[in-house]
Design a protein around this ligand. Structure first.
Ligand code: ATP
Ligand SMILES: Nc1ccn([C@H]2C[C@H](O)[C@@H](COP(=O)(O)O)O2)c(=O)n1
Length: 222
């Protein structure tokens, strides 16, 4: 059972994927956290993240490790837990450039496929290209969306309004444009993905909807 959950920034992929995996007893993989971890390492080691050749050259050096327990997601680089630092504004501003480099993607995609293949009961994998490129044979593919206004309000709320909704909205739109516009496996909805607009749904409603789709698919293949 492989569930692929893709979508633009801030549509609820992480919250939804963790909850769906926990409800169904599946493993969980946050591929965005892996690209963030690679970006954190590049910044910490003085690599010019706007220079694709420099990023490509350095991309084999860090060892990125992901935990797959949806109740305790973990991400580390060279044995150091980076779950806090990878959420910094600096990493968020640089991650689209680093993740657009084909050598970075090749390493990550290989790791993501091996992680999915090793999951004992199945896995929920979230990202931007899971249904299209990483796991195109996924059992269930979901593409989450939400209006830019709703996404910005949710994110700004997380920071207690420290960054305005307008600035958050602009940053989300800029990152989505970069992620959709890159050449190698851009953010895209797979043709056979089910689109779920979360703008007017609570988290529980989104989770219920996806769990129901997975259970339907399970029943159909039995
Ligand atoms: N259906 C929902 N209703 C209300 N708030 C939600 C819903 N889904 C997610 N959220 C909230 O929206 C914010 C963004 O959610 P989340 O981090 O899961 O999105 P994401 O798509 O993984 O983001 P990113 O792409 O930036 O990693 C969080 O504060 C989360 O609690
Ligand atoms: N499968 C993926 C997952 C993520 N990325 C890139 C693009 C995002 O802007 C960035 C951070 O992801 P987030 O933590 O916001 O989900 O990582 C990608 O290219 N492919």
């Amino acid at each position: 059972m492989i569930v692929a959950i893709d979508g633009p920034s801030g549509t609820g992929k992480s919250s939804t994927s963790k909850a769906v995996a926990a409800r169904l007893g599946l493993s969980y993989l946050d591929t965005g956290a892996q690209y963030r971890a690679m970006t954190w390492w590049m910044l910490a080691n003085g690599v010019d993240v706007q220079d694709p050749a420099a990023v490509a050259d350095a991309s084999g050096k860090p060892v990125v490790t992901s935990g797959t327990d949806p109740l305790h997601p973990q991400i580390s680089v060279d044995g150091t837990d980076v779950s806090g630092p990878i959420r910094s504004q600096e990493v968020t501003a640089a991650v689209s450039a680093v993740s657009a480099v084909p050598e970075v993607r090749a390493r990550m995609v290989d790791f993501q496929r091996r992680t999915a293949a090793a999951a004992p009961a199945g896995i929920v994998v979230e990202g931007r290209d899971i249904g299209t490129t990483v796991l195109p044979a996924a059992t269930v593919k979901i593409f989450l969306t939400a209006s830019a206004e709703v996404r910005a309000a949710r994110r700004s709320g997380e920071l207690n309004g420290a960054v305005s909704v307008a600035a958050t909205r602009e940053a989300l739109i800029r990152r989505d444009a970069a992620d959709s516009g890159r050449t190698t496996s851009p953010l895209a909805k797979a043709d056979d993905a089910v689109e779920v607009d979360t703008s007017e749904l609570t988290l529980d409603e989104v989770v219920d909807r996806i769990v129901a789709l997975v259970e339907q698919r399970r029943a159909a293949v039995r």
